[in-house]
Each structure stands twice: as structure tokens, then as C-alpha cells.
Design a protein. Sequence first.
Length: 93
Amino acid sequence: MKAMLVLGKIVTAFAWLMMLYNLAMPFEGNVSVILNILFVMTIFMHCFQTFIFHTLFNTLLPLKKSDYLQVFLFGVFSLLQYRRQVMDKQAQL
């Protein structure tokens, strides 16, 4: 499972880089438009996931700004990582 989370984060980072590169130096044709639409959708969804993260994990874990940034950047892959931390913490009790 840990390898899948790392692989998912790498793929997500690559997608962010492609979308940001497209903003600085747009690709030709419809690819640029599609990447811009995906960029807006990604920002919206990752903001929503950050809100979910705050709502669910605020009482379970001590959260720092870097935790929120990680969830914003990597979305569901970070959510799964923090979920595992909470499950491990509760298993110890």
C-alpha cells in the first residue's frame, strides 16, 4: 500500500507540473485548453479534499500547515496516508 501511495504522489506531482508548465508556456491546440480545464478542476477538488481533511482529522491528529499543503498538493493519496496514521494510532490504544 505504501508503494502505491508514493507512486500516486509521483503521478500527481507530474500532473501538477504539466498543468503549471502549460500556464507558463501553453501547448498547441486543444491540449492547452484541456489542461487549463483540468487545472481548475484539480484546484477545486483538492480544496474540497483539504476541507474534508480538516473536518475529519482535526480532532484526531495534531495538524500543521504542512499537512494541509500536502493534502492540497497530493489529494486522496495524502488523505489515505493520514487515514493510516489514525488507524495505527487507534490500534495502539
